[in-house]
Design a protein around this ligand. Structure first.
Ligand SMILES: CC(C)(COP(=O)(O)OP(=O)(O)OC[C@H]1O[C@@H](n2cnc3c(N)ncnc32)[C@H](O)[C@@H]1OP(=O)(O)O)[C@@H](O)C(=O)NCCC(=O)NCCS
Length: 180
């Protein structure tokens, strides 16, 4: 494969789709026999990373995990399946979506239990941020997620600016107190 083919400027969402299945063991659960939220977040991070690697084809780091809905508990012995894909790429960052299902191994019942959005950033070997290919949404669902990803990025940027302003205001207040 030529370098151009290995690193195209545009990739499809389908080419990034990734999947992972885990069985919930006693070590993964709380006193109620429910999967720990932190353990599920770890599975979510790993599954998102798979899609991010498939999109960027370089090193990636988690920059943000900004929205997780835990819809219902996952129980000891359930099979947890996570599916991820890239929603949209920006310059060096990409938003990934992860959806999680639990399967009761006795009854075969499958339920959607969680969803999350994460941002990953691509990096070169020296740890400098690196450009990523753009995403080509092909289906109506992919186009909806592509549009929504931009809205979520704008929301993240507004929140980050608001937090920075609040920090500066607190620092200015503390400085004024010290001078008194
Ligand atoms: C993520 C990280 C590389 C960003 O570094 P930075 O100096 O802010 O880089 P930049 O300002 O050049 O931003 C690079 C990209 O990251 C995005 N970004 C940075 N911080 C972000 C955040 N908190 N949430 C979402 N996106 C973020 C920027 O929007 C930008 O995207 P774009 O290039 O597509 O426009 C840096 O904060 C980092 O290394 N964090 C630690 C990552 C880590 O250790 N993760 C856990 C283990 S994998």
């Amino acid at each position: 494969m030529s370098n151009q083919e290995a690193h195209p400027n545009v990739r499809t969402v389908a080419s990034t789709q990734s999947e992972k299945t885990e069985i919930v063991l006693p070590n993964d659960t709380n006193m109620l026999g429910h999967l720990l939220g932190g353990r599920l977040m770890h599975f979510i991070d790993l599954t998102a990373a798979m899609a991010a690697y498939r999109h960027a084809r370089t090193n990636v780091v988690t920059a943000a995990m900004d929205h997780i809905d835990f819809i219902r508990p996952v129980r000891l012995g359930d099979l947890v399946t996570l599916k991820s894909s890239v929603n949209r790429a920006f310059t060096s960052s990409m938003e990934l979506g992860v959806k999680v299902w639990a399967e009761n191994t006795r009854t075969g019942e499958v339920a959607h239990v969680a969803s999350a959005y994460l941002v990953f950033v691509a990096m070169d070997e020296q740890g400098h941020v690196q450009r990523v290919p753009q995403v080509k949404p092909e289906t109506p669902d992919e186009m909806r997620r592509y549009d929504d990803a931009l809205r979520r990025r704008e929301h993240r940027e507004r929140e980050s600016a608001r937090r920075k302003e609040a920090k500066l205001a607190v620092a200015a207040l503390a400085g004024a107190e010290e001078k008194r």
